[in-house]
Design a protein around this ligand. Structure first.
Ligand code: ZN
Ligand code: ZN
Length: 353
């Protein structure tokens, strides 16, 4: 598919100035703006196309590359190739272009939902199987009441930072070697506070955490994600809060590992028990169960106990408890044990130390 020329999209000359390009883009963006053309797919694609053209032509370095190599010169550029995924992306990137233009600014008025936050929660092995209600500590920052978020003590003056003239960024070097850096004097804030607020040490916000109750359903696995509504970041302009997306981590169990509905357990027994047979007591999810070990059992043999695994959280299926037998050899023998084993070796015709 051949892509349209960026200059053609914006309807400007190849020698157009930065200001011309910005003006042309604003006009197109206004005309094809999705709020003004609801449900018009053609307008939306024009809107995205214009944003892509503007993204390249508004950046002097990328514009030069485009002038020399055309669309091929763009393939390595970040974010290009597929264009913008959504209209929101475009506002995220170029929102400032729209501000101060006919008072048109999407972000400033519309209520917006807050961002989701990603959290993780460790739960017990049994809680993943049977379900549980547990609590999650959610850390969040709240605006400091004392200074209303400014970070300044009530009667303290706030002045524009003289090092960066309020930009929060300073430019060092010149020409091709220009670099923008966060202003060290104001730490990028752009203003200086004469005396910081005592309540928040000048941060403007206070750490707070609260405990949220979470219902973990039965049958969840490692990595299951639970959505906890309204526990994300606060919304803007009266919009609802985002959600917390909680990824579950399951703590290892002392006795079991889990594979779907089956539980796996390693049971140790002496080589003497393995040779003669015995009954072991093995742990289950709720208690213990007897396990009949036949004579002549080899190290690593596996015995499955039906019905002692995990019950499916909806339905009647129950997994197995799969026991692997680990035969052990004694490392410390008393004299009697040593004599008995020597007698056994002699009787069996085995050569021993
Ligand atoms: Zn500064
Ligand atoms: Zn404060």
């Amino acid at each position: 598919m051949s892509k349209r020329d960026y200059y053609e999209i914006l309807g400007v000359d190849r020698r157009a100035s930065e200001a011309d390009i910005k003006r042309a883009y604003r006009e197109l963006a206004m005309r094809h703006h999705p709020d003004r053309n609801p449900g018009d797919a053609e307008a939306e694609s024009r809107f995205k196309e214009a944003a892509e053209a503007y993204e390249v032509l508004s950046d002097a370095r990328r514009r030069r590359s485009y002038d020399r190599f055309g669309h091929e010169g763009m393939s390595g550029g970040h974010g290009m190739g597929s264009g913008f995924a959504s209209v929101e992306d475009i506002f995220g990137q170029f929102g400032d272009v729209f501000e101060d233009f006919f008072g048109f600014s999407k972000d400033d008025t519309k209520p917006r939902k807050g961002a989701d936050v990603q959290l993780s929660l460790s739960i017990d092995f049994e809680d993943a199987i049977f379900g549980a209600t547990t609590s999650l500590e959610i850390e969040r920052s709240l605006e400091c009441d004392a200074c209303e978020g400014t970070g300044a003590a009530p009667d303290s003056a706030v002045t524009t930072c003289p090092s960066c003239a309020g930009d929060g960024q300073v430019t060092i070097g010149q020409g091709l070697f220009k670099l923008s850096q966060t202003c060290t004097r104001c730490e990028g804030v752009g203003s200086l506070v004469e005396r910081p607020c005592g309540a928040c040490d000048g941060a403007g916000e206070l750490d707070a955490s609260r405990s949220v109750s979470i219902r973990v359903p039965a049958g969840v696995g490692e990595g299951t994600k639970l959505r906890v509504p309204s526990e994300g970041l606060p919304g803007r302009h009266g919009g609802p809060s985002g959600d917390a997306m909680v990824t579950l981590e399951i703590r290892p169990h002392e006795h079991f590992t889990r594979d779907g509905l089956d539980l796996h357990h390693d049971a140790e027994l002496s080589f003497i028990q393995a040779a003669l047979g015995c009954t072991l007591s093995v742990p289950t999810l709720d208690a213990h169960a007897p396990l009949r070990v036949p004579p002549g059992t080899q190290h690593g043999d596996v015995i499955a106990l039906e019905g002692l695994g995990v019950r499916h959280h909806k339905g009647s299926r129950v997994g197995k408890l799969v026991v692997r037998l680990i035969s052990t050899t004694p490392t410390e023998l008393d004299d009697t044990q040593r004599e008995l084993l020597r007698a056994l070796a002699a009787h069996s015709g085995l050569d021993v130390d």
